[in-house]
Design a protein around this ligand. Structure first.
Ligand SMILES: [Zn+2]
Length: 250
């Protein structure tokens, strides 16, 4: 595979990642994603096209607004880099096939959700509803084997998280439940269970670390979305290997 096949999707990913930051930050507040144009939240200075170059502008400005010097959250930078890396990895591993469109949509959905969930602890319905028809269409045109694995995956994802939500009395949000429906659709039932298992382990470990840092007894909720997103993407690429390894060792 030519190196340009990796560099090109990486750069596309940086640009999209920059856009996903805007979407993830604005949609939960019911703001338009096109107007007003990006501006510094403190001094309201409109960002020029130079400021909007992903990663480069952040590094050149050393993470501060050019006019007022307000610190820009490094989250923007990490989201851009993460999107770039995941787009490059997906293209490298899958190649230019219809399945690439499905996984790029999947990655995009998860990145936006990570932004919203980290900043507001919300997984917006609008985002889930926007991606739903595209992912259904994607799995109709590029079905899993067997095709009904998507249907079963969606039902199991939704059902398991709904059950956890009822049992934990609100420990899991409605957004998480609906997100698992979409993940099940893309991944199929076995990979969805694996995603939930991994996400729970990551969530539990994060919870313990957060508790240690903030001090015992202070039970503050933290977003579960990022743990789900990381697990889902990992399982998309390596789930089958893990499952075969596990079954092989039984
Ligand atoms: Zn400013």
């Amino acid at each position: 595979m030519e190196i340009s096949f990796v560099v090109f999707p990486f750069i596309i990913g940086l640009v999209f990642g920059s856009f996903f930051n805007v979407v993830g930050l604005r949609v939960p507040k019911n703001e338009s994603i096109v107007a007003p144009p990006s501006h510094c939240s403190k001094c309201k200075r409109r960002l020029t096209s130079l400021d909007l170059i992903p990663v480069v502008s952040y590094l050149c400005l050393r993470g501060k607004c050019r006019t007022c010097g307000m610190k820009i959250s490094p989250l923007y930078l990490w989201i851009e880099l993460l999107t770039g890396m995941l787009y490059a990895m997906a293209t490298y591993k899958i190649g230019f096939t219809p399945e690439l469109a499905v996984v790029l949509l999947f990655i995009s959905l998860l990145i936006i959700i990570v932004v919203s969930d980290i900043v507001y602890m919300i997984i917006p319905d609008k985002i889930l509803l926007f991606f739903l028809p595209f992912l259904i269409l994607g799995r109709i045109l590029e079905p899993l084997d067997p095709w009904w694995d998507s249907v079963l995956g969606a039902m199991i994802g939704f059902g398991m998280l709904y059950f956890i939500a009822v049992m934990s009395k609100g420990g899991v949000g409605g957004g998480d439940i609906k997100l698992l429906f979409l993940i099940g659709l893309v991944l199929g039932w076995m990979n969805t269970i694996l995603t939930l298992f991994l996400a729970s382990v990551i969530g539990l470990l994060t919870g313990i670390i957060v508790l240690k840092i903030r001090g015992e007894g202070k039970k503050t909720p933290f977003p579960f979305g990022p743990a789900i997103a990381i697990s889902a993407i990992f399982v998309y690429f390596y789930g089958e290997k893990i499952i075969y390894w596990y079954i092989g060792n039984l």
